[in-house]
Design a protein around this ligand. Structure first.
Ligand SMILES: Cc1cc2nc3c(=O)[nH]c(=O)nc-3n(C[C@H](O)[C@H](O)[C@H](O)COP(=O)(O)OP(=O)(O)OC[C@H]3O[C@@H](n4cnc5c(N)ncnc54)[C@H](O)[C@@H]3O)c2cc1C
Length: 457
């Protein structure tokens, strides 16, 4: 047992409390709409530090916030009066090129994993933005450029080291605590603090990637083309349609900067000549106003949008899963997509078929295997004065899509006010998740997340 006053004695890493230099920065997470004041932030240096924080939170009754990359839109990596286990210093990545595996610390970002694995011509599925945390993204599922080729991030998870609510340190894998391992692959941060994740890697060479921006008037043609194409597209294709305001890039006509476009973000991991033919299909559907497509390494693909979404913006997001991109759903996109309010905001329609559908629906806790798309309405803007208008845009868009979507959206894209939808958001595996929660965390120590309460059935 670790008392509040003695906590620093048990910690190798840095302990930051109110009044300390650096507290203002340390209390903040990526979404600056979140403005909370934890009692203490512990920058854990190793698994023993994590255990000390878990023991302290459990024994003191203090809220425990677990922070990996800090990108949670609802700001689960901080909390008023909470103790924060900040794992950002536990970011080592070790690659075994022979076995094609990588071990990443619980605070690593995808940029760190990408750089380490690309040195061996290898990669695994991360997200779309490389500053995002590996742990939070993987525990919720993990949707990204390589998902159609290699499955979700959680499908590539081979094992995890976890500090449980009772302070014990355990490994979860297909053979050790398989119930916990099942729950970690889609059940979010509900079961413990993951201090290390081991991933399967895949050979990934130079990628053909970039964007084509289409007039809003052509968006229906492009979306219908995409719908037909993606149904049985080669798995080397990992792109998605995305509503954006045109950024000030040399390829964008100057008088069109800041105007809305339906953009096809493309990523082709196969032969480049074949990829060029595949991408031509989009140009045949409609003439792009601007495009920038070329060969680049995977770490660069994964970082394409990093500069557009720096830390410190205001965030409000909603998400849906979709089986069929019906004409009615397309009509809703055409009505609301052109209203995308800021350069950082986007609405992305990620395909999650291909290799994601190779995994049996009950093999992991990711509860929406039968969906073809995960769609996110990601409101991101710099000025808190715009909060009301931009939140309303997200909500209106979501209300228009919901009737054409499955119940529930991706937990990692949910906002704080989505907790009432948590059962639908976790989807098919919710009952089993609640059972496993009761076993591993009966007192709900890990509750600052899209929370599965132990009492839930
Ligand atoms: C700009 C941006 C882009 C994104 N793009 C994608 C994308 O392309 N694909 C996608 O799938 N998602 C994406 N997301 C969503 C992302 O997956 C979630 O925000 C995810 O929770 C972030 O993980 P994190 O570790 O950075 O966040 P944190 O805020 O640190 O944590 C989020 C949640 O995960 C838990 N958690 C974090 N680390 C650990 C750990 N080590 N052990 C146990 N629990 C932990 C926390 O307790 C919390 O509940 C994006 C988010 C942002 C802001």
């Amino acid at each position: 047992m670790t008392s509040m006053t003695s906590l620093p004695d048990h910690i190798t890493g840095q302990v930051v409390t109110p009044g300390d230099p650096g507290y203002e920065d340390a209390r903040r997470v990526y979404n600056f709409m979140i403005d909370r004041h934890p009692a203490v932030i512990v920058r854990c240096a190793d698994t023993r530090d994590v255990r000390a924080v878990v023991d302290h939170a459990r024994d003191s009754g203090r809220d425990l916030a677990v922070r990996g990359g800090g990108h949670s839109v609802p700001g689960f990596g901080t909390g008023d009066g909470a103790i924060v286990a900040d794992l950002s210093a536990m970011n080592q990545v070790l690659v075994d090129p022979e076995r094609r595996t990588a071990r990443a610390g619980g605070g690593a970002t995808w940029a760190m994993v990408n750089d380490a694995t690309a040195a061996h011509g290898l990669a695994t599925t991360g997200g779309i933005v490389s500053t995002t945390g590996v742990a939070g993204l993987t525990l919720g599922g993990g949707i990204g450029y390589l998902a159609r080729a290699h499955g979700l991030s959680c499908d590539n998870l081979l094992s995890a080291e976890v500090v449980l609510a009772d302070g014990s340190i355990t490994t979860a894998s297909g053979t050790e605590h398989p119930d916990l391992f099942w729950a970690l692959r889609g059940g979010g941060g509900n079961f413990g603090v993951v201090t290390e994740l081991e991933f399967r890697l895949h050979p990934v060479g130079e990628i053909l990637a970039g964007f084509m921006a289409f007039e809003c008037e052509d968006a229906a043609d492009v979306l219908r083309y995409f719908r037909g194409f993606i149904a049985d597209a080669p798995r080397e294709y990992g792109g998605f349609p995305s509503w954006h305001l045109a950024p000030p890039l040399p390829v964008v006509p100057e008088n069109r900067v800041g105007q809305p476009f339906l953009t096809m973000i493309s990523c082709w991991t196969g032969d480049h000549d074949e990829g060029a033919q595949v991408l031509q299909g989009f140009r045949d559907a409609a003439q792009p106003v601007a495009e920038l497509i070329g060969p680049m390494p995977y770490p660069a693909v994964n970082a394409m949008f990093d500069d557009m979404v720096p830390r410190g913006l205001q965030h409000y997001w909603k998400a849906v899963f979709v089986k069929d991109l019906t004409d009615e759903a397309i009509a809703a996109h055409l009505e609301h997509g052109p209203g995308v309010p800021t350069l950082s905001s986007a609405v992305d329609i990620y395909p999650i078929n291909g290799a994601c559908h190779d995994v049996a629906a009950d093999a992991t806790a990711f509860g929406h295997r039968d969906a073809t798309y995960a769609c996110v309405i990601a409101g991101m803007w710099p000025d808190p004065a715009d909060n009301t208008a931009n939140i309303q845009w997200v909500r209106d868009y979501y209300a228009a899509l919901a009737p054409h979507s499955d119940p529930g959206g991706y937990v990692n894209f949910a906002s704080e006010d989505d907790q009432p939808h948590v059962r639908d958001n976790y989807g098919a595996g919710y009952g089993r998740l609640a059972q496993i929660k009761r076993h591993y965390d009966p007192a709900n120590l890990f509750h600052l997340n899209q929370n599965i309460t132990p009492a839930a059935g």
